[in-house]
Design a protein around this ligand. Structure first.
Ligand SMILES: Cc1cc2nc3c(=O)[nH]c(=O)nc-3n(C[C@H](O)[C@H](O)[C@H](O)COP(=O)(O)OP(=O)(O)OC[C@H]3O[C@@H](n4cnc5c(N)ncnc54)[C@H](O)[C@@H]3O)c2cc1C
Length: 732
């Protein structure tokens, strides 16, 4: 521990010890004051300023050290200095003392508390950072918690010291006045308890609740203003209308139907949205063919000869479509209709906070609804690079229409989608050049992750060009080329097809958001609060359109919150919980992550320890010929609590599930280590990573004693090292 903190703690402990050991408390009792009142009054009359100063200093010390006696001293202030003088003295002394206690708690304990419980306190921290003053004011006025507890607890939060000071001073003023005033009649007071009558307590409570009531009122007024220009229908045909039948929309509608709400799901293009038709499903089907081919190419490594394969790209893509068709029934109109969802295949437009116009082949009709969930998804972002439109390009939306393998393919983008598709096309036989502006692929992951992936890509023949900025596309006599800038030089990259995979942008235009004035974030997603409500509290957004993540599982996760909140607010409302979000990039070696990685922990200043287990050591990985990659775990220093895990290697996404569960349920590495894992499996890697951590945290001193114990049990009294030396000598 920091020596200054230790010193302060010792000083406080000594002061507190002395206070109780010498029974200083009895000087702060009503009886004692009454018995000494005449003498104290005389002294005060003779030395008015000195006595005020002394009183002030003692008051600050008592409150600063959180000692009992402040209530009595407040009464005494009234008795000695009158209502005005007493109130001024106590108001400043109590606020200064409270701030001192607040600062002590902050200095001594805050770092420890935030490090230990930081992730659990995230919501509280965010709330305090935003509205700490309101909470503090309420706490000051409603005397449920003793004041010293509030001082110490607030020190652990991120509230600013100045805010704490002035809110405390204002918040305590009414109580101070009551006590000081009572103190002017101290002769009639028999106990401190009777000073606050039930009526007075109620008034304080109401005063304390005032900011909260005011906040609610402001919210209601704001909502009224937002809704003001729209006329609300007298009744609604539906409880919920969901726009978009991708991952987010489907799950929203499913939940609504499951709780017997009347729900309509509107899809303008294809049921299943991006994931089924142009995203996860086709990409994983393509990757499967490419992966099989990569194994066939390695057949000699496994003792197999004459194994060859010829790529029929059109057939590969036909299989991709067959896989989509096989999965499609899960997301079909029939299935959802059977579940109780009304499905309309048409384009939706929000025309008021409670009405949605749907245009189908038959025409346009308007639905009335109590709530709306926007789940309109995202689309590939196409950067405005000169010449791109003229040469023509593929995106993750259109690449699935290819039936001929491009001979030379440029993949623009080194993120997850670009990397997955670059490797798949390269394995199927394209000469792939992957162009990334950032200094490495998969820039959100730790550098060694990018390094492993790039190294494999290069070994497989992909021309990985990082720190290359696409500047222009040109076409000379039908020869297409990308001009990229690298180190101030132009690099010319000829190609037959270019796949643009530089990110995805939310669909926010053309279906009523502009007319309703629903704000868009700087990340170009629909702006929502933590409950996924937009500017209009009955209109929600979930999935890619809302961000911040762009995964099927996060879309489904948000969908639960959007559906439940849309159907049950304001009776019951939940804030979306993003505390444990896993994801995987399905390149080979696969990359999976949950929680913090090292670069994020460093950037956010989160104290951490890193434990790495190399998969080259794992029996099953060796047997499978996949002995590469690692499990990297970040933990709280000195603790087994997991902050984040990155796994690179075979089936990393599947392996990660154990850590996702552990983080979600607060399970540490010790418990993973004590769990039986089947031998020989890849999953054992998780246990071995926990083992590496355990070894690094072995209790060396205790083990030295245990070693002595064993030595003693062997009947030898010599120190173990000497015994070993003796044995070695004997052998010589
Ligand atoms: C190549 C690729 C691979 C991917 N791989 C993975 C992966 O492995 N794992 C993973 O988790 N995620 C993956 N993703 C991301 C995943 O596909 C998306 O995060 C997910 O589909 C988002 O779901 P959503 O419901 O928010 O949006 P979407 O699935 O895009 O659905 C939105 C739907 O809304 C409809 N719509 C829009 N406007 C209207 C309107 N006005 N009226 C009616 N309907 C409308 C659209 O037609 C669309 O069907 C991948 C994406 C791509 C592109």
């Amino acid at each position: 521990m920091n020596p200054r903190k230790l010193l302060l703690m010792v000083a406080i402990a000594v002061a507190l010890g002395a206070f109780f050991a010498f029974d200083v408390g009895h000087f702060f009792s009503l009886d004692y004051f009454k018995s000494q009142q005449a003498a104290i009054e005389t002294y005060r009359a003779a030395h008015p300023w000195l006595s005020a100063g002394l009183f002030f200093a003692v008051y600050v010390a008592v409150t600063g050290l959180s000692l009992p006696g402040a209530a009595l001293m407040t009464l005494v202030a009234g008795a000695l200095f009158g209502v005005l003088g007493g109130t001024v003295l106590v108001s400043f002394a109590s606020t200064l003392g409270a701030t001192l206690a607040f600062l002590i708690s902050r200095f001594v304990l805050r770092d420890w508390v935030q490090n230990r419980f930081g992730d659990k306190l995230k919501a509280i921290n965010a709330g305090i950072a935003k509205e700490g003053g309101v909470y503090l004011f309420t706490l000051r006025l409603i005397p449920i918690f003793p004041f010293f507890v509030i001082n110490l607890a607030m020190g652990l939060t991120p509230i600013r010291t100045w805010t704490f000071y002035w809110v405390s001073q204002v918040g305590m003023l009414a109580g101070t006045l009551v006590y000081v005033n009572a103190g002017t009649q101290i002769a009639q007071i028999d106990s401190l308890q009777g000073i606050l009558s039930p009526g007075l307590l109620l008034s304080f409570a109401l005063l304390g609740l005032f900011p909260l009531i005011a906040k609610q009122t402001v919210a209601v007024v704001k909502a009224r203003r937002v809704y003001g220009k729209w006329s609300r229908p007298a009744g609604f045909d539906r409880n919920l209308v969901v726009i978009g039948a991708g991952s987010a929309g489907l799950v929203t509608a499913y939940i609504a139907a499951a709780v017997r709400a009347r729900v309509t799901l509107i899809e303008k293009h294809q049921m299943g949205g991006d994931c089924l038709n142009t995203g996860c499903v086709p990409s994983k089907a393509l990757i499967r063919s490419a992966r099989l081919l990569s194994h066939i190419r390695r057949s000699r490594e496994f003792g197999l000869r004459h194994v060859e394969a010829e790529v029929d790209f059109a057939e590969v893509m036909a299989r991709v479509q067959r896989v989509i068709r096989a999965v499609a029934p899960h997301d079909s109109v029939e299935r959802y209709t059977g579940l109780g969802v009304e499905v309309i295949e048409g384009a939706a437009k929000i025309t008021s906070p409670w009405t949605v116009a749907v245009t189908t082949a038959e025409g346009t009709r308007t639905l009335t609804t109590r709530s709306i969930v926007i789940a309109a998804g995202a689309r590939p972002f196409v950067p405005p690079i000169p010449g791109l439109e003229a040469v023509g390009y593929l995106t993750s939306d259109t690449v699935w229409n290819l039936r001929e393998l491009p001979r030379r393919l440029v993949v623009l983008g080194g993120g997850p989608i670009g990397s997955e598709l670059a490797q798949a096309f390269a394995r199927l036989g394209s000469q792939v050049t992957q162009v990334e502006m950032a200094p490495r692929l998969l820039i959100r992951e730790d550098p060694e992750v990018s390094e492993l992936v790039s190294q494999r890509f290069r070994e497989e023949g992909i021309n990985v060009l990082v720190s290359h900025k696409a500047r222009q596309f040109v076409s000379d006599n039908g020869q297409k080329a990308l001009i990229a800038e690298h180190d101030g030089q132009d690099v010319r990259i000829p190609f037959d097809a270019v796949l643009v995979a530089v990110g995805r942008v939310a669909n926010t235009a053309g279906y009523g958001l502009e007319e309703l004035g629903i704000p868009i974030t700087p990340a170009r997603t629909v702006e929502t609060n933590a409950c996924l409500q937009t500017l209009y509290p009955n209109i929600y957004a979930a999935g890619d359109v809302a961000g911040p993540f762009q995964f099927t599982h996060t879309a489904a996760h948000q969908a639960w919150y959007a559906a439940v909140n849309a159907l049950f607010a304001p009776l019951r409302k939940f804030k979306a919980d993003y505390s444990v979000i896993p994801w995987s990039t399905f390149v080979d070696p696969e990359v999976a992550r949950v929680g913090l990685n090292e670069q994020e922990a460093k950037a956010q200043g989160v104290p951490h320890e890193v434990t790495v287990y190399g998969l080259d050591d794992l029996d099953r990985a060796i047997a499978d010929g996949e002995a590469h990659g690692f499990v990297k775990v970040l933990t709280v220093p000195g603790k087994d609590r997991i902050l984040g895990v990155t796994i690179v290697g075979e089936h990393a996404g599947d392996l990660l599930a154990e850590y996702v569960l552990a983080m979600r349920q607060g399970i540490g590495l010790n418990r993973i280590l004590s769990t039986i894992h089947i031998y020989p499996t890849l999953a054992e890697a998780n246990k071995y990573a926990a083992g590496v951590w355990k070894k690094a945290h072995a209790p060396e001193r205790l083990l030295a004693w245990v070693e002595r114990f064993h030595t003693w049990r062997r009947g030898s009294l010599r120190r173990p090292s000497e015994a070993v030396k003796a044995r070695a000598k004997a052998m010589v």
